[in-house]
Design a protein around this ligand. Structure first.
Ligand code: XMP
Ligand code: MG
Length: 182
């Protein structure tokens, strides 16, 4: 692996860690959805990298589509008030739908998205979150069926996750140095 990015304080998950997690999740999802042709719904843009790896680790028939949401709020914390910027091109009525998210923090974004998709009457609706932030004293609004790893309450970048659209291309998950965003 190349050297650590100078803005990254420490590595939380290496490329090898990530690949093991993705293989484990893919095998589990593939077994659960065998014969059901699920629709994987990736939430743009952060989940794109994880989705691209995860879908290749799922060995049952599936489809993939994308949604983009923007949350109104004070900028850094999600408010749960979400606007759909790009909707699905696929009808999901009667379909097994699996939302793929990069990171679950408060869960407010996802909880809005789930209510919205639920109203379209899918056959089932589940969430696969690559990361779940562990915030002491706080329980997220959504409980993902599939979880990759738990991470501490720090600002995490890489493997699709950004700060101001940077660092998405880092192949590992790392903690951003606080001086970079403060
Ligand atoms: P909520 O609180 O609604 O927020 O679950 C989820 C969304 O917030 C973003 N997010 C992060 N993005 N590093 C990031 O790059 C982080 O540490 C982080 N925490 C939350 C992310 O877009 C996620 O979909
Ligand atoms: Mg972001």
């Amino acid at each position: 692996m190349e050297g650590l990015h100078p803005d990254v304080e420490s590595i939380v998950l290496s490329e090898d860690d990530i690949s093991q997690i993705v293989q484990r999740m893919g095998a589990e999802i593939g077994a659960d959805y065998e014969g059901r042709n699920p629709l994987i719904v990736a939430v743009l843009r952060g989940a794109v990298v994880f989705t691209a790896d995860l879908m290749r680790a799922i060995h049952c028939q599936l489809g993939v589509d994308f949604m983009a949401v923007s949350s109104y709020g004070d900028g850094t914390k999600s408010s749960g008030v979400v606007r759909i910027v790009k909707d699905l091109d696929t009808r999901i009525e009667g379909r097994d739908v699996l939302i793929v998210e990069d990171i679950l923090d408060s869960g407010l974004t996802l909880s809005y998205l789930m209510k919205n998709l639920e109203s379209r009457k899918p056959r089932s609706l589940e969430v696969a979150a690559f990361l779940v932030k562990d915030i002491p004293g706080k329980t997220p609004a959504v409980h993902p069926r599939y979880v990759g790893a738990h991470v501490p309450d720090a600002f995490i970048v890489g493997y699709g996750l950004d700060f101001a659209e940077r660092y998405r291309n880092l192949p590992y998950i790392g903690v951003l140095k606080p001086e970079v965003y403060s």
